[in-house]
Design a protein around this ligand. Structure first.
Ligand code: NDP
Length: 466
């Protein structure tokens, strides 16, 4: 029997979908899963694609089923499972066999694994798009040795989403560069979702719209500048009914957001890089607050419910404009963080290509990313909010963002991501800020010194120095 061109280990939600995608594109694939029954069921349900799939029930058979030099994709939970599988596989492999970790690894782990590979080919790739993306075309962000990427690029580009004939699969740089870009993608995703949830809250609680009306608003927005996967699914989620009770689905879902950690990693890494991403940090904090349901109920008992009803103070167009401005600001922060990491880690991350691979297949795909790719191609070193196109959009829409944030604040509607987006905008357009006070305070209590506006030098002190 001829050997498979590639192997995949871990037939969970993502792994199974990715394996079918690979087989669908004409590549023979060997598969293995820790729980054997899962492998058997997968092969049984593969239909016509089964002829391209070689199911195996132990690691030795799995490795033996793959043509040399081998390529093996790991699709298991991030963390220990990845290390365990690498440790189990390496003794069975040749030195030029390539292992690819395609899960959501922390890029620091990918850096470490790349070093531990000690010259044996290892790639860390970020895969975005959820189960449907993995099955029909995800967005793929690769990191590791360029030669290893080139070896497998024909498969990765074949299975990736396509946008205007271009595959959404790109090599980002060495070591953990791909997983880093994927983490920032997820951070942006957190902020985008949070901003959508905030305007949903205004519509539901501030304007008294019912779920069908809210669904209709998202549907209408999906035909304009906000057109995106997240707005499209918000329309579907708001319009769905619960199969158990027939009630609107959202009315029965607990308002406590889950998370697997990638948004948190982005926020933590942003702090290490001194990259300002307040909208992403606010979105992570908002998920943490949302999970504290009992505490929030206690708070409502103590302080009473906020008035929330806006009594016509805002209209739907203002919400759309606020979301446009908020979205630009949150992407500007994400790309600024990528630029910062690119310098700090000497990665030369390709910013326009990153915008391009996010245009299809991934969760944050949107029409706006087309223009972002163009703006970043014209001037990769410029903050997106200053680019001609997006500066124009911000000029047009920031007043609406201001109105929405102000009305939300007056009526007690929490708006952490949009309000921090606005604060970022205002801080970034203020040439003379207020950190002179902070520098004065630091010098007063710690003799840290300050720079002056009127003289050169870095170590001036206030009158208390004497
Ligand atoms: P699932 O929980 O659906 O599947 C996990 C798979 O890993 C199963 O095949 C499981 O095998 C196997 N596994 C778990 N622990 C071990 C272990 N210690 N050793 C060997 N195999 C193990 O996860 P997903 O498919 O959702 O996620 C896989 C990776 O993809 C994760 O890193 C995730 O963050 C990432 N990802 C997920 C996305 C999603 O939308 N779900 C989107 C993008 C990335 P068994 O059947 O034996 O339990």
């Amino acid at each position: 029997m001829s050997k498979s061109e590639i192997g995949l280990l871990g037939l969970g939600t993502m792994g199974a979908a990715l394996a079918l995608n690979i087989a669908d594109k004409g590549f023979d694939i060997a598969v293995f899963n820790r729980t054997t029954q899962v492998t058997r069921d997968f092969a049984k349900d593969a239909g016509d694609l089964a002829q391209r799939i070689t199911p195996t029930e132990n690691l030795k058979d799995f490795v033996a089923a793959i043509a040399t030099p081998r390529t093996i994709i790991l699709m298991v939970p991030a963390g220990d499972p990845v290390d365990q599988q690498i440790a189990a596989l390496r003794p069975l492999l040749d030195d030029d066999d390539l292992i690819i970790d395609a899960g959501n690894a922390n890029f620091h782990d990918t850096n470490r694994r790349a070093a531990e590979a000690d010259g044996k080919p290892f790639l860390g790739i970020g895969v975005s798009g959820g189960e449907d993306g993995a099955r029909h075309g995800p967005s793929i962000m690769g990191g590791g040795p360029r030669a290893a990427w080139d070896r497998v690029a024909h498969i990765l580009t074949a299975i990736a989403a396509q946008h205007d004939g271009t595959a959404c699969a790109t090599w980002m740089g060495q070591d953990g560069a791909g997983h880093f870009v994927k983490a920032v993608h997820n951070g942006i995703e957190y902020a985008d979702m949070q901003m959508i949830a905030e305007v949903y809250g205004v519509m539901r609680d501030g304007m008294g719209l019912d779920y069908t009306q809210i669904s209709d608003v998202f549907e209408a927005w999906n035909n304009g500048p906000l057109a995106s996967y997240l707005i499209e699914i918000s329309h579907k989620v708001a319009g769905a009914n619960d199969s158990l009770t027939g009630a609107p689905l959202l009315s029965v879902i607990r308002d406590a957001a889950g998370q697997k950690g990638t948004g948190r990693w982005t926020a933590i890494e942003a702090q290490h890089l001194a990259a300002p991403v307040p909208a992403i940090e606010a979105a992570v904090a908002a998920r943490n607050i949302s999970a504290r349901t009992a505490l929030r109920a206690q708070g409502q008992d103590i302080f009473g419910a906020a008035p929330v009803s806006l009594n016509g103070a805002l209209d739907i167009d203002q919400l759309e404009q606020a979301l446009i401005a908020g979205k630009i600001l949150c992407y500007a922060q994400g790309f600024d963080m990528i630029a910062r990491a690119s310098d700090d880690f000497s990665w030369a991350l390709p910013l326009p290509d990153i915008a391009r691979v996010w245009r299809a297949g991934c969760i944050i795909r949107s029409v706006m990313l087309d223009d972002m790719a163009t703006a970043l191609a014209e001037n990769p070193d410029e903050n997106l909010m200053f680019s001609k196109r997006f500066a124009g959009d911000l000029r047009e829409n920031h007043m609406a963002l201001r109105q929405v944030v102000a009305q939300a604040a007056l009526h007690g509607l929490p708006m952490p991501a949009l309000s921090s987006g606005l604060a970022y905008f205002d801080a970034m357009r203020t040439a003379r800020g207020t950190a002179d006070m902070i520098q004065g305070q630091r010098d007063y209590f710690g003799r840290h010194g300050f720079m002056r506006l009127d003289r050169d030098g870095t170590d001036f002190h206030g009158p208390w120095a004497d």
